[in-house]
Design a protein around this ligand. Sequence first.
Ligand SMILES: [Zn+2]
Length: 235
Amino acid sequence: MLDILAIAAHRDDVEQTCGGTLLVQQALGWTTGILDLTRGESGTRGSAAEREAEAIAAAQILRVSHREALDLPDGSLQNTLAARLKIAAVLRRLRPRVVILPYWQGRHPDHYTASTLGYEACFAAGLTRLDIPGEPHRPYKILYASLYADVRPTFVVDITPHIETRLLSLLAYRSQYGAQPTGAGLFVPEEDIRERTFATARHYGLLAGVRYAEPFVQKEVALATDLMHLPVASI
Ligand SMILES: [Zn+2]
C-alpha cells in the first residue's frame, strides 16, 4: 500500500522529472514508490543488472518505500493489453491514491507511450471484471510530470530543501552519468548535470516565486474556496 506512485518508462526518469517531489511528499509523511516500466536493456551505456543496482541506490536516496521494474521492452514500449494488465496488477497491489505519469507528448516515444499506457492501466485497474489478481482499485488523482515537455505547468512543487538530494539520486546512475567515452556525444557530461538540472529547477521555481521547483500538469480544473489563501503572487 502506497500513497503516491510515480510511473516512468526508464530507470532515472523519475529522478529527473519528479524525484524532488517524492522527497517533499515523504517529508510530509506520505509513503512513496516508483514503478519503472522497463529495465534498460537497450541503453547505450550500462547493463540491465548495473542499472538495477543503481536504481536501488537511487531509491534509497529518494527515500521511497517501494521500487520495482516491469520487463516491458526498453526502446520500443508499446501500449498493448498485456502491458496494461501488468501495470494494472501492480496498481491493485500497491493501491496508490496519487499516480504520477510522464507528460503525454515528448521527444522519446517510450515517454509519451508510458503516459497513455499508464493512464489506461489506471482505468483498467478499477474494472471489476478483469482477469488479473487483486481487488479493483483506481487512483483518485493522476498527475503528469512535464519537465521533459515544453509546456506550461498547471502547478509546480517547491523542492528547494531537497534539490541536492535529488541530484545525488541522479548521480547514483554511475553507468549513465559517470565520465566515460561510450556515448560521449549523446550524454550530458557529469560536470554539466548539476548546472543543467539546477537551472531547469530554477526556471520552474521562478514561475511560482520559489527557488527550485518541479513542474506538473493536471487535466482537471483546480478547485478553490478561500480566495485569500491562493498561493503565488500575480504582480
Ligand atoms: Zn527516459
